[in-house]
Design a protein around this ligand. Structure first.
Ligand SMILES: *[C@@H]1O[C@H](CO)[C@@H](O)[C@H](O)[C@H]1NC(C)=O
Ligand SMILES: *[C@@H]1O[C@H](CO)[C@@H](O)[C@H](O)[C@H]1NC(C)=O
Ligand SMILES: *[C@@H]1O[C@H](CO)[C@@H](O)[C@H](O)[C@H]1NC(C)=O
Ligand SMILES: *[C@@H]1O[C@H](CO)[C@@H](O)[C@H](O)[C@H]1NC(C)=O
Ligand SMILES: *[C@@H]1O[C@H](CO)[C@@H](O)[C@H](O)[C@H]1NC(C)=O
Ligand SMILES: *[C@@H]1O[C@H](CO)[C@@H](O)[C@H](O)[C@H]1NC(C)=O
Ligand SMILES: *[C@@H]1O[C@H](CO)[C@@H](O)[C@H](O)[C@H]1NC(C)=O
Ligand SMILES: *[C@@H]1O[C@H](CO)[C@@H](O)[C@H](O)[C@H]1NC(C)=O
Ligand SMILES: *[C@@H]1O[C@H](CO)[C@@H](O)[C@H](O)[C@H]1NC(C)=O
Ligand SMILES: *[C@@H]1O[C@H](CO)[C@@H](O)[C@H](O)[C@H]1NC(C)=O
Length: 874
């Protein structure tokens, strides 16, 4: 080998080894650019500490910087701040459950902490224009930061080298710079989750001209469009023309309206199409079936209607299909059985009616959600072969029939089985051993009883959630049950006929969060409770004896309980004074028991309490001063007890969140304090059947009694309150000793629906402005001393379905109106009224018979208006 060749080879080898073994060294001017850029950026947790001016610092090695290995130019900037992933382990043990709705407090604390941590990490400040000096930058990701509602800096549109631009979730507002279309090399554009111009901006037209794009994400940005449009491309029909290479399009969670056009011409490359959570109407276009490249199609949460087109069956590459939460109807087309690549299929929350047999061909399916439709028949006839299914939801349909062992034997991978709300019967042998191991089982409303189902014992590996409510079980809970399922987090066996005592069984499941054994025949003492329970419902059973042991037993342990419902049992004695360790309680219901004595002082430590219902017991004493401390109360129901004394003025001053104040049927006396009007959110005020005196406060018009969109925490009791939360607004002051006039200010409560002032001693006229209370459904002013005529405006109350003015001193003609004449005459008797519906003409040919000669009640005409019956002569 001659030496020059040797040297050449040697040099070549050195060069190669330098290139390969030594890292690229960044270009000085680009390093300066980055330092300048950093200088303007807010970096609260100093994440860019490696970006420093230390001599020889190689900017290609700085965090988030990637250089081109050949040219050494800076090619990529990864400056995103990922939101920390929710880690179950952060939830205070033992409140870990997969249903966060059930333990809102615990989860909120974790979210708050996560958010704080995230805020400390996120970049902010200014995105300096010096970035344009990075002439070779092709990847820029500044997503997940907080640039304080500034507009997207327009200079970004001049970095034409960009192929990948991610501005997602970065706190941008305002307009998208129009010259973005100059980014003629852009393949990936993600502008999602910003708030461009608040709400309601159409997708800007230049987006339609960015025809190099492969990936376009404009989700969750408040874009509007009528009909669905991208700029001046009148609609998706031309998607294929504008974006010949587009593979990924996400327009979800915007306000896009109108119809999805039925011409989707030449869309040949689209793999993912997400139009979910918009306001799209009309049918699913048949032409969607031609987009044969689709792998993921999501049209959920719109208002799409009509049948599912047969053509969708042609999407044989599709892996996920989500049509849930629309108004689709008719059968699932047989052709969908051709979509044999499907792994996840969601058709829930529509009005679909028929399940085709062909679904049995979807042998790859792992997730199938059919809940809340109108499917009938036995679903397992079609599902029998789907051996890969792990998540099956058939809940809330009209499925009916008998399910046997054979129907379930090939569902060997089933792990979540949601099947409540149907009319199905399970008929299996006593030794049935299912081939699946479930984590989640909800067979509520199946016929499973009368014996406790023994096969459940086989589900002992992973079961976390077990609901068998309303299943006809008439039995004890077997003792193996509590040992077998000690890792369970939710247990719902409500609405059965389960009997026996619970004793210490509820101490066994070490991490149980939710226990619902309501509406059974359980008896004896209340059970001991594991500290992990967050929600306990033992209402409508036959528990008796004192609550003392239950409440006071474990005074050393902090209890996590948030919801406690012991209503409708036979509990006795005083409510024990041991509430100190129960400070997470949000909702307590002790109604309809036999509790006596005073309100316990230690309840003052329940500062998170929002609802307290102790109605229908035998409690006494004055209005508990300790409630001053519980100022988050929204519902307070003391009705049907023996409380006495006055209603303290601080009720209005302290309990400002109150929506339901129910003191009905006690022995409260004295005036209704004016301060009660400070409870601006009140919706139901029920002070009936007490001994209240004085006038009705005139300040009532400062109450809104209006319909709030109530964000409700009353988990598990929604049904009980749903009908009237945000709906019923009522005042009931009946059966007291109130005097004076009906304040005309009361008539300003436009949203009030029920007004009952009966059985008092109110006098004066009915205010003429009563016609303003247009929401009124029911008025009862009977058994007072009201006089004068019925104001004619009352016939404006077009929703009125009940009006009782009987036993007053009203006179004159009953005003005419569609409504009033349809009420029963008994609602007007014992006054001095005439005209329909009373069979008394208002003409002068009236002969008056006084049946009651007590003249205390006579007016100046000498007619007794208390108990008068007037007989028509004509
Ligand atoms: C400067 O950055 C280098 C890495 O690039 C790092 O090792 C060094 O600790 C940093 N110096 C300071 C003062 O942050
Ligand atoms: C943009 O960033 C977000 C959040 O950091 C990420 O979820 C998304 O996948 C990114 N988009 C692209 C196109 O890379
Ligand atoms: C966009 O590109 C056009 C032509 O390529 C050019 O004339 C125009 O100045 C560019 N706009 C911006 C803001 O860079
Ligand atoms: C859409 O806009 C482009 C440029 O702004 C224009 O050339 C084109 O004619 C428009 N198309 C329609 C259908 O208005
Ligand atoms: C769609 O593609 C076909 C075949 O490539 C072509 O003939 C037709 O003109 C295209 N349609 C439009 C509207 O460009
Ligand atoms: C499915 O596609 C085939 C050919 O690609 C076509 O003949 C057929 O009509 C399509 N089916 C439906 C229901 O659109
Ligand atoms: C698709 O489904 C239809 C209707 O069930 C059927 O006629 C057709 O043969 C199927 N096509 C394929 C390719 O399986
Ligand atoms: C269950 O699977 C076995 C084995 O794959 C098969 O022979 C049998 O026919 C299947 N049963 C049903 C009901 O599909
Ligand atoms: C439930 O199904 C049975 C037959 O399996 C039927 O007799 C019964 O009426 C159904 N109940 C309801 C509420 O539909
Ligand atoms: C109502 O109050 C009066 C005095 O104001 C008292 O005599 C009467 O006993 C009270 N009635 C009840 C039921 O408390």
């Amino acid at each position: 080998m001659n030496s020059s060749l040797f040297i050449t080879v040697f040099l070549l080898l050195c060069w190669v080894s330098l290139c390969v073994c030594r890292d690229t060294v960044c270009i000085g001017s680009e390093r300066e650019t980055l330092l300048k850029f950093k200088h303007h950026l807010k970096d609260p947790s100093n994440r860019l500490s490696s970006w420093n001016a230390t001599a020889n610092s190689n900017c290609c090695q700085w965090d988030g910087v990637v250089c081109n290995i050949i040219t050494s130019h800076i090619a990529e900037l990864h400056l995103n701040t990922p939101f920390p992933t929710f880690d179950e382990d952060l939830v205070p043990n033992p409140l870990r459950t997969f249903d966060e709705d059930l333990v809102p407090n615990a989860y909120n604390y974790v979210y708050e902490e996560l958010y704080e941590e995230y805020s400390r990490q996120a970049f902010g400040g200014e995105i300096n224009a010096c970035l344009v000096d990075l002439k070779h930058l092709n990847y820029l990701d500044i997503s997940g930061n907080d640039f304080g509602s500034s507009p997207i800096p327009s200079f970004i549109a001049t970095i034409t080298s960009l192929t990948h631009l991610n501005l997602s979730h970065a706190g941008f507002t305002g307009n998208i710079p129009p010259h973005f279309e100059n980014l003629s090399n852009l393949l990936y554009l993600d502008l999602s989750s910003n708030e461009f111009l608040g709400e309601g901006m159409p997708i800007p037209s230049f987006v339609g001209r960015m025809n190099t794009l492969i990936h376009l994400d404009l989700s969750n940005s408040g874009f509007m469009g009528i009909p669905l449009q991208i700029g001046n491309l009148s609609n998706l029909a031309y998607l294929g023309l504008s974006f010949p290479h587009l593979k990924f399009l996400d327009l979800s969670s915007n306000i896009l309206q109108g119809i999805i056009p039925n011409v989707l011409e030449n869309v040949t490359s689209l793999i993912t199409l997400d139009l979910s959570s918009n306001q799209l109407k009309g049918p699913i276009p048949t032409s969607l079936g031609n987009v044969s490249s689709l792998i993921a199609l999501d049209l959920s949460y719109n208002q799409l209607e009509g049948p599912i087109p047969n053509s969708l069956g042609n999407l044989t590459s599709a892996i996920t299909l989500d049509l849930s939460h629309n108004q689709l109807e008719g059968p699932i087309p047989t052709s969908l059985g051709n979509m044999t690549s499907l792994i996840a299929l969601d058709m829930s929350h529509n009005q679909l009616s028929e399940l085709p047999r062909s679904l049995e061909k979807l042998s790859s399916l792992r997730v199938l959600v059919l809940s809340s439709n109108r499917f009938s028949g036995n679903p397992f006839e079609s599902l029998i072969t789907l051996s890969k299914l792990s998540h099956l939801d058939i809940g809330d349909n009209c499925f009916q029939g008998v399910v046997k062992e054979g129907h379930l034997e090939n569902l060997t991978n089933l792990s979540e089985f949601h099947a409540s709300g149907n009319n199905l019967t399970l008929k299996v042998g006593p030794n049935w051993h299912p081939t699946f191991q479930l984590t989640y089982l909800d067979m509520s409303s199946w016929q499973l009883g009368p014996n406790f189902p023994l096969w459940i014992q086989s589900q002992n590996k992973n079961l976390q959630y077990l609901a068998m409510s309303n299943t006809g079980i008439l039995d004890f809970i077997p003792s193996w049950f509590w040992e077998t399922f000690s890792p369970i987090t939710l247990l719902n066996l409500s609405h059965n006929y389960i009997h026996g005592e619970l004793g210490t069984t509820l101490m066994n499941p070490i991490s149980i969060n939710v226990v619902d054994l309501s509406a059974n025949n359980l008896c004896g003492k209340l059970p001991s409770l594991s500290t992990s329970v967050v929600s306990l419902d033992l209402s409508s059973n036959s528990f008796s004896k004192s609550m003392h042991d239950f409440l006071c037993r474990s005074q050393d342990n902090q209890m996590w309980l948030e919801f406690l419902n012991l209503a409708s049992n036979n509990l006795l004695g005083e409510i024990p004074d041991c509430w100190g360790i129960w400070s997470y309680l949000v909702d307590i219901n002790l109604q309809s028991n036999n509790f006596v004595g005073k309100f316990p002082q230690s309840m003052g430590s329940l500062t998170k309490l929002q609802s307290l219902c102790i109605r229908n017991n035998l409690l006494s004493g004055t209005f508990p001063t300790i409630l001053k401390k519980i100022n988050k109360l929204i519902v307070l129901d003391f009705g049907e007890n023996n409380f006495s004394g006055t209603i303290p003025t601080w009720v209005g001053e302290r309990l400002l969140d109150m929506k339901f104040l129910i003191l009905r049927s006690n022995k409260f006396w004295g005036h209704i304090p004016d301060k009660i009007c400070d409870m601006r959110l009140i919706q139901v005020l029920d002070l009936a059947l007490n001994n209240l005196t004085g006038n009705i406060p005139t300040c009532f018009n400062s109450l809104k009694f209006s319909i709030f969109s109530v964000v409700l925490w009353l988990k598990g009791r929604e049904d009980e309150y749903k009908s009237f939360l945000g709906l019923v607004t009522s005042i009931d002051l009946s059966n007291n000793k109130l005097v004076g006039e009906i304040p005309s200010e009361l008539m300003d409560l436009y949203e009030l629906r029920f007004l009952n002032l009966s059985y008092n001693q109110l006098s004066g006229h009915i205010p003429g402005s009563i016609g303003n209370m247009r929401s009124l459904l029911s008025i009862d002013f009977s058994r007072n001393k009201l006089s004068g005529e019925i104001p004619p405006t009352i016939s404006n109350l077009s929703f009125l379905s009940m009006l009782d003015l009987s036993y007053n001193q009203l006179k004159g003609k009953i005003p005419e109106g569609v409504q009033l004449q349809t009420f029963d005459a008994s609602n007007f008797i014992a006054n001095n009224l005439c005209g329909p519906p009373l069979p008394i003409s208002c003409s002068s040919n009236v002969k008056v018979h006084n049946f009651d000669h007590n003249d205390k009640g006579s007016d100046r005409l000498g007619v007794n208006w208390f108990f008068t019956i007037i007989i028509l002569v004509n």
